[in-house]
Design a protein around this ligand. Structure first.
Ligand code: GTP
Length: 915
C-alpha cells in the first residue's frame, strides 16, 4: 500500500512550510487564533445561552451524527467536551461525578453508563448555524470555518442494548467511532461498526485515552485495518513529550502542524505550531508528521482521481498539497460508499485534548442530510429508497401483497387509487426513533424527518399502529432544554409532544386531504424497518397492592412505548405480570425506570432465563364452544384448534383456499381458516365482511380476536408452563357450527380460540409429548493469543458450547443477525494486511511505515461460538479471570434449541430448587 518516496522528505518539507504560510486556511480558527491565544473562551460564553431558530437553519450545514463505541471508550466524556467547546455548557460534566448532560436518566448517572440515546443539538464552530456565506461552501475555506448545526445522538455501548444501538444508528447520516487507545478495537466495537456498515453510515475514528499508560495509537490503527477491514487514513498522530513522555497534543497530517494543549487546563487554548517550528521543538515528531502526510496522500490517491491530479500539479510533492485539497479528498472518500478509507484522529478527551479538531472533522468530512444515502423504505411489499419513491423511480405495483400486510392472505383485492397518485399525496415522512417520558413535559417522541416538513397540528398517520394522531406541539431539544417550533423540516431531528400512541420505531406520515387514513399503499410505508429479536430473560412484576395495579400497568405500557424490545405478558393461570427483555442489565434498567423514575409501586422478582416449550408432534383437532356472560352481555362462539410443530425456516405454507390469514408471532404461526364464510370487500375499500358474520364484526375484528385468543393460550406451555415456541396453531371457524348470531362477539371469539388452543396444547403431553427449549447465543470473544487455549477449552467443555471458528483478524460481515431485513448485506470484504498500513510508532517502538508487528505485541484472536445462554450468565467475570482482564465478548440470540432430556432435568431441578 505505502509506496511513498521518503527520500524527498527534507527538501519538500522546507518548501512546504513557506507554502503553508501563504495559502493554508485555518480550519480551526474557531477556537484558536495564530500565536496560540484562545478566542474560543469568549465565544463560548456568548453562545451558551442563546438558542438558534430552527427555521433559518440550512440543511447543508447540518450534521446528524452519532457516537458509536465499546462500553467505557469515552463517548460520554467526549460528548461533554463537545458541548463545552461549542458553548452549549459552561462547565465540563464528569461521568465519574455523575454530572453529565447526556446521561440524563437518574439510572444512567448512578451507573456511569449511557443507557438511552439522547439527541442534542449544538453548533460547531460556536454560532447559530446560519450566519455567513450561503452554501455551497466557498472552495477556498473549509466547511468548519462556518458554524454548523450538529444533531448528536448518543448511542448506548452495552451489549444488552444492541437493539437500541440499531434503532439509533438508522437515523444517523454519519458517525464518530471512539476507540480506547489502550484496549484498541474491542469485540463490541466490531459489532457496532458492522451494524453501522449495514446502514452504510460514513464514519471517522477517534482514538481516545492516549494519556493512559499502555496507550498504543499505532497498534490501534493496525487493528482498525485488520479487524474492521478498512484502510485507516491517519490524519493525526499523537504527540508524546520527548517521544515517550506524557501525551501533550497531536500532530495534524492534513494541516501540517502540531497542536499542543496545556496540561490541567480546560482545553480551550490550543497552541498551533507549524512544521518549521515543529522541526525545532520536536524534530522527530516533525519527521514522523511528514511520513504521515505522505502516507495519507498515497492512500487517498489510490481511491480518488482528483487528488492524483492535484498531486501532479504540485510536482508530486506530498507536502505541497494544500490542506483543503487533502480535506476535500478525504471527504469524497468518506462519502463514497465503495471506498474503504476511514479517517483516524487522536486525543484524550478526559484531559481535554483533541476534541475541537474532531468536531472540525465532523463538519468537514461527514455528510449533510442530502448527501447521506437514500433512506430505505418498504411499501406495498417493495423495498427501495425514499427519494426514489418520491421521484417515481421506485415502482410500487398495487399488488395483492401490497394491499395485504399479513402474510399469505388469499383474498383478491382491487385498489381504488393509483399508487402514484397516492405517493404524490405524501407530505412528510418521519421516523419516531425514541420515546422518552419527561417528568416536566410528558411523553416526548423524538423524530427524524426524512421528507417534507412535519408541521405543528398536522395529522400524523402511524403506519405501524394504523392510526392517526395530531401533533399539537413540536420542540427542538437541547438535552434538558427545549425550544418550541412550528415545523421540523426534512433532514432535521426534533420532538413531537402530545402523541398518545406513537412508539419507538414507528413511521409517521402526513398527507394531503382530510381523510383519517391515507390512500393505499401509503398505509404500508415503513422507514428502515427493523425486527425486534426475541426476549431471553424475564421477571415477574407485582404491584404492592391491588390499588397500585392500574398505575403499574400504565407505567409498563409507557416503558413498552419507549422500548419495544421489552415485552409484557400476563400468565393466565397465576395472573402474574411478566416482563421480558434482551439481557439481565436490560431488565435491571427497566426495573429502575419503572420503580424509581416512573414511581410505580411494584416489585420485581428474580431475573430468569426465558425458556420455551415445544410440541413433538400434532395434537388432535379440538373444538370448544365458549358460552358465558362477559361484562353483562352474553357471548357465544366456537372454534376448532390443531397444534403441530412449526419451523420458521420451512417456507412450505400449510394453507388452502379457505385460509383467511397466516401470520407468524415470535417463532409461532397462527393460521385462520373459515370454510364457507364468503368474505367480501365492502364498498368503502378494504374492510372485509361476510353476510354470515353478525353486525359489528368484520374480517379484521374476526382475525384479530381469533389471533389474540390463540396467542394468549400459547403464552403457557402444557407441561413446563413456559411460552410455546416453534408451534403452528390452525384455527378453523365453521360458520354453521361456530357462529351464533348476535351472541357471537369479538371477545367471545377470542375466548373460544383461547379455550380450543389450550385444550389442543393440553393433549400434547399425553400424546407426542413436549420438550423444553433454551436460548442459544452467537458469541464472539476477543482474547489475546496467550489466553486462547484456556478460553476455547472453557467454552467447549465446561459450557457445552460449539466453537464455529477461530479466525484471527477476520472481520465480520456487515449484516446484523438480529435484523436480517434491515438493510442490504455488506459483502464480506477481503482482509487488509496491517503490515502494509501506515501507523506511527508507539512509544518504545522504533520503526513506523510498514513496520512488522513485534512478536511481543499480543495479537487479538476472535473466537466465534454458539453457547447456551444459561452458560453465559456471569461469563464476563470468568473471562476476565482467564485472560488477565483483557478478554471481551459480545453475544446475540441465535435461536431456541430443544434441550436434551438430562439437560432439561438438570435445569428443571435447578429452577425448582432456586439458583
Ligand atoms: N485516562 C482517561 N480516561 C478517560 C478518557 N476518556 C474517558 N475516560 C474515562 O473512562 C471511563 C468511561 O468514560 P465514559 O465517557 O463514561 O465512556 P462511555 O463510552 O460513555 O461509556 P458508556 O456510557 O458506559 O457506554 C470514565 O471513567 C472516564 O473518566 C481519557 O481520555 N483518558
Amino acid at each position: 500500500m505505502i509506496v511513498a518516496p521518503l527520500l524527498r522528505l527534507s527538501q519538500s518539507g522546507a518548501r512546504c512550510t513557506s507554502f503553508l504560510h501563504r495559502t493554508r486556511p485555518s480550519s480551526i480558527n474557531s477556537y484558536v487564533c495564530s500565536g496560540g491565544t484562545s478566542i474560543g473562551a469568549s465565544r463560548a460564553q456568548c453562545f451558551s445561552t442563546s438558542f438558534p431558530r430552527l427555521q433559518g437553519e440550512v440543511l447543508d450545514r447540518t450534521r446528524n451524527i452519532g457516537i458509536i463505541a465499546h462500553i467505557d471508550a469515552g463517548k460520554t466524556t467526549t460528548t461533554e467536551r463537545m458541548l463545552f467547546y461549542s458553548g452549549f455548557t459552561r462547565r465540563i460534566g464528569d461521568v465519574d461525578e455523575g454530572s453529565t448532560v447526556t446521561d440524563f436518566l437518574p439510572a444512567e448517572r448512578a451507573r456511569g453508563i449511557t443507557i438511552q440515546s439522547a439527541a442534542i443539538t449544538f453548533h460547531w464552530p460556536p454560532g447559530d448555524g446560519t450566519e455567513g456565506r450561503p452554501s455551497p461552501a466557498d472552495p477556498t475555506l473549509p466547511r468548519s470555518a462556518l458554524s454548523h448545526t450538529i444533531n448528536l445522538i448518543d448511542t448506548p455501548g452495552h451489549a444488552d442494548f444492541t437493539f437500541e444501538v440499531m434503532r439509533s444508528l438508522r437515523i444517523l447520516d454519519g458517525a464518530v467511532c471512539i476507540l480506547d487507545g489502550v484496549a484498541g478495537v474491542e469485540a463490541q466495537t466490531e459489532q457496532v461498526w458492522h451494524q453501522a456498515s449495514t446502514y452504510r453510515i460514513p464514519r471517522v475514528i477517534y482514538v481516545n485515552k492516549l494519556d493512559r499508560d499502555g496507550a498504543a495509537f499505532g497498534r490501534t490503527v493496525r487493528e482498525v485495518s485488520s479487524r474492521l477491514a478498512v484502510y485507516p487514513a491517519v490524519c493525526q498522530i499523537p504527540w508524546f513529550q520527548g517521544g515517550n513522555g506524557p501525551f501533550v497534543g497531536v500532530a495534524d497530517a492534513v494541516n501540517l502542524q502540531g497542536m499542543r494543549w496545556k496540561e490541567g487546563e480546560d482545553g480551550r487554548t490550543v497552541k498551533m505550531i507549524d512544521l518549521q517550528q515543529l522541526d525545532e521543538v520536536d524534530p522527530s515528531l516533525a519527521q514522523e508528521l511528514r511520513r504521515a502526510r505522505i502516507a495519507l496522500v498515497e492512500l487517498l490517491s489510490e481511491q480518488d482521481e482528483t487528488i492524483v491530479e492535484k498531486f501532479f500539479e504540485c510536482e508530486e510533492d506530498h507536502l505541497a498539497l494544500s490542506s483543503m485539497d487533502v480535506t476535500e479528498s478525504l471527504r469524497r472518500c468518506v462519502l463514497d460508499p465503495k471506498s474503504r478509507i476511514v479517517p483516524v484522529f487522536a486525543g484524550a478527551s478526559f484531559r481535554n485534548m483533541g476534541v475541537q479538531p474532531l468536531l472540525d472533522a465532523v463538519v468537514d468530512l461527514l455528510p449533510s442530510p442530502p448527501e447521506a444515502p437514500d433512506p430505505e423504505v418498504s411499501i406495498g411489499g417493495v423495498k427501495g429508497g425514499l427519494r426514489k419513491l418520491r421521484s417515481g423511480d421506485l415502482i410500487v405495483e398495487q399488488s395483492e401483497k401490497a394491499s395485504t400486510p399479513e402474510k399469505g392472505k388469499k383474498k383478491k383485492k382491487t385498489c381504488p387509487t393509483d399508487p402514484k397518485d397516492a405517493i404524490a399525496k405524501l407530505q412528510s415522512c418521519a421516523l419516531a426513533f425514541k420515546v422518552v417520558n419527561d417528568a416536566k413535559r410528558g411523553v416526548l417522541v423524538y423524530v427524524r424527518v426524512y421528507s417534507g416538513s412535519l408541521d405543528r397540528n398536522s395529522l400524523l398517520f402511524n403506519t405501524n399502529l394504523h392510526l392517526s394522531e395530531r401533533a399539537p406541539r413540536l420542540l427542538k431539544m437541547y438535552a434538558n432544554e427545549a425550544v418550541e417550533v412550528d415545523s421540523i423540516p426534512a433532514g432535521h431531528i426534533g420532538v413531537v409532544v402530545g402523541l398518545k400512541h406513537a412508539r419507538t420505531g414507528d413511521t409517521l406520515l402526513s398527507y394531503a386531504g382530510n381523510k383519517a387514513t391515507p390512500p393505499e399503499p401509503l398505509t404500508s410505508l415503513q422507514l428502515r424497518p427493523i425486527d425486534v429479536p426475541p426476549p431471553v430473560f424475564f421477571t415477574s412484576v407485582e404491584p404492592h397492592s391491588l390499588s397500585e395495579e392500574k398505575r403499574m400497568q400504565e407505567s409498563l405500557a409507557l416503558l413498552l412505548r419507549e422500548d419495544p424490545s421489552l415485552h409484557v405478558s400476563v400468565d393466565e393461570e397465576s395472573g402474574q405480570t411478566l416482563l421480558s427483555g434482551m439481557g439481565e442489565l436490560h431488565l435491571e434498567i427497566a426495573r429502575d425506570r419503572l420503580i424509581n423514575d416512573l414511581k410505580a409501586k411494584a416489585s420485581m422478582g428474580r431475573i430468569e432465563i426465558g425458556y420455551r416449550e415445544s410440541g413433538l408432534g400434532a395434537s388432535p383437532a379440538t373444538t370448544k364452544i365458549f358460552d358465558k356472560e362477559i361484562a353483562g352481555r352474553r357471548g357465544k362462539a366456537g372454534c376448532t384448534a390443531l397444534v403441530e410443530p412449526y419451523n420458521e425456516d420451512d417456507i412450505t405454507e400449510a394453507m388452502d383456499e379457505d385460509t383467511l390469514v397466516a401470520s407468524t408471532f415470535e417463532g409461532n404461526q397462527i393460521i385462520i381458516r373459515a370454510p364457507g364464510l364468503q368474505m367480501e370487500q365492502t364498498s368503502r375499500g378494504y374492510e372485509e365482511t361476510s353476510p354470515l358474520l353478525p353486525p359489528g364484526l368484520d374480517g379484521v375484528a374476526l382475525r384479530t380476536s381469533l389471533q389474540n385468543g390463540a396467542l394468549a393460550a400459547l403464552a403457557r406451555g402444557p407441561q413446563f408452563t413456559f411460552p410455546m415456541h416453534n408451534t403452528r396453531v390452525t384455527l378453523t371457524l365453521n360458520p354453521a357450527e361456530h357462529l351464533f348470531g348476535n351472541d357471537t362477539t369479538a371477545s367471545a371469539l377470542s375466548a373460544a380460540a383461547r379455550l380450543a388452543t389450550s385444550a389442543a396444547l393440553q393433549a400434547l403431553p399425553a400424546g407426542p409429548g413436549t420438550v423444553m427449549m433454551e436460548p442459544v447465543m452467537n458469541v464472539i470473544i476477543s482474547v489475546d493469543e496467550a489466553s486462547l487455549g484456556s478460553v476455547v477449552h472453557d467454552i467447549s467443555s465446561s459450557r457445552g458450547g460449539h466453537i464455529l471458528s477461530l479466525d484471527e483478524d477476520v472481520p465480520l460481515p456487515g449484516t446484523d443477525a438480529s435484523t436480517p431485513d434491515s438493510g442490504p448485506a455488506e459483502d464480506i470484504l477481503p482482509p487488509i494486511d496491517p503490515n502494509r498500513v501506515y501507523a506511527p510508532p508507539d512509544p518504545f517502538e522504533t520503526s513506523s511505515v510498514g513496520v512488522s508487528i513485534p512478536a511481543s505485541v499480543s495479537r487479538p484472536r476472535t473466537i466465534t461460538a454458539k453457547v447456551p445462554l444459561k452458560e453465559m450468565v456471569g461469563y464476563l467475570k470468568h473471562l476476565r479471570s482467564l485472560t488477565a482482564g483483557r478478554g471481551t465478548f459480545v453475544m446475540s440470540v441465535d435461536r431456541f434449541e430443544n434441550m436434551s432430556a438430562p439437560r432439561q432435568k438438570a435445569v428443571l431441578a435447578e429452577l425448582r430448587g432456586g439458583f
